[in-house]
Design a protein around this ligand. Structure first.
Ligand code: GLY
Length: 384
């Protein structure tokens, strides 16, 4: 089959692949994306929380720096994309309330609050009564909560549509087909062969295939990113006008050790997520998953059972060993990685696009992205 050539070929048309392609094209690179369905995949499932503060975990302070850098860029990023494409992204600066339902949840939330304070983050402890004053639909049993005014939301479905439009405006070429294998010449990546046999040649290949990034044929074993699928089941409900405003901000909790969150959109959609399951590439929606989400969401906001359930879906997060992304040159010349964003792909879109454009232009990652080099997972030879 004939060969098509580009400067930068991005494997994967999810949010991370699209933002990388858009920013690369803006820098003047002839850019292409190979994906059978650009904008499909996990972006169609994700709730779109921009939750740098409420999703902070012990041991993830380095990732916090990148998450915050991306959160700071969101207003300009969203405005640029909306202005350029004319799309409404559903970007809502609504804040988040993380609440506790019992004594264990409250102890967990108190710990999170202490960690947030040590990290200099803005969050305020509220009593149960104060939580309910903010969100009257909360259950009377809510014991307290954290008000985080800096954690917002965007609609990932609209975001991907806008990114596809922005890519098209910037001249990105879309090859709507699966990438079958990476092509190499000597010790260098030189493109991919698509499932229809077309050779897509490129000076540089960026592997941004989400949870599939760890299994592209032709990538040497010691270069394959250690990325695995982490399943998340998500529900969508709609809030009839007579109940609006049902919730005014994102509400989340840890219920019996599982995260549940309710993300209310301005258009009346209410997204409830998400399970976290390690089951390989399985995207079945199960009765158990739906039951757990509804049970936990109902404990938090009992009125949810009145709402029409409009959609159930499962997607795959690209998990990495340290829950942080892999950004920049891999161990194979010509192959770069932008993957492993796990729970933070939507949040990390602005900073990832900038970092990948920077490394493609200069050969170096910008300061804030350096800790996320794939080299941190390089296997070192053990002395005999
Ligand atoms: N960031 C939300 C999730 O991964 O479920």
């Amino acid at each position: 089959m004939p060969s098509r050539t580009s400067d930068v070929l991005v494997v994967g048309g999810g949010i991370i692949g699209l933002v990388t392609a858009w920013r690369a094209a803006q820098r003047g690179f002839a850019t292409a994306v190979v994906d059978p369905e650009p904008g499909g995949g996990a972006a169609q499932v994700a709730a779109g929380m921009l939750a740098a503060v409420t999703e902070l975990h012990h041991g993830e302070q380095t990732l916090l720096g990148l998450n915050l850098a991306s959160a700071r860029r969101y207003p300009d990023f969203a405005a640029e994309l909306a202005d350029l494409t004319g799309h409404d992204l559903g970007y809502r600066r609504c804040g988040t309330l993380a609440v506790a339902l019992d004594a264990d949840d409250r102890a967990h939330l108190r710990e999170l609050h202490a960690l947030q304070q040590q990290s200099g983050l803005g969050s305020e402890w509220l009593s149960g009564r104060e939580c309910r004053r903010l969100e009257p639909m909360l259950a009377p049993g809510v014991r307290g909560g954290l008000r985080v005014d800096g954690d917002h939301q965007i609609d990932p479905r609209r975001l991907t549509r806008a990114l596809v439009a922005a890519c098209e405006l910037a001249g990105v070429v879309f090859h709507r087909v699966w990438a079958e294998r990476l092509d190499r010449a000597g010790d260098r990546a030189v493109g991919v062969t698509a499932a229809d046999g077309t050779a897509l040649a490129a000076d540089r290949v960026v592997l941004a295939a989400g949870s599939l990034s760890g299994r592209l044929a032709g990538v040497p074993d010691d270069v394959l990113p250690p990325v695995r699928p982490v399943k998340g089941q998500v529900l969508r409900l709609s809030v009839p006008q007579r109940y609006a405003p049902f919730l005014s901000r994102t509400v989340r909790a840890m219920v019996r050790g599982s995260h549940v969150y309710l993300v209310p959109r301005e258009n009346g959609e209410l997204v409830v997520g998400a399970t976290s399951e390690e089951l390989g590439w399985d995207t079945t929606v199960t009765a158990g998953g739906v039951y757990e989400l509804l049970r936990d969401a109902h404990e938090l906001v009992p009125g949810i059972t009145e709402l029409p359930l409009t959609e159930t879906r499962a997607g795959l997060r690209p998990g990495s060993p340290d829950n942080a992304p892999l950004l920049g040159p891999s161990g194979l010349p010509g192959l770069l990685l932008a993957t492993g964003h796990h729970r933070n792909g939507v949040l990390l879109a602005p900073v990832t696009g900038d970092a990948m454009a920077h490394v493609l232009t200069t050969g170096e990652l910008p300061e804030e992205a350096r800790p996320f080099t794939p080299r941190r997972f390089a296997r070192t030879e053990q002395p005999a």
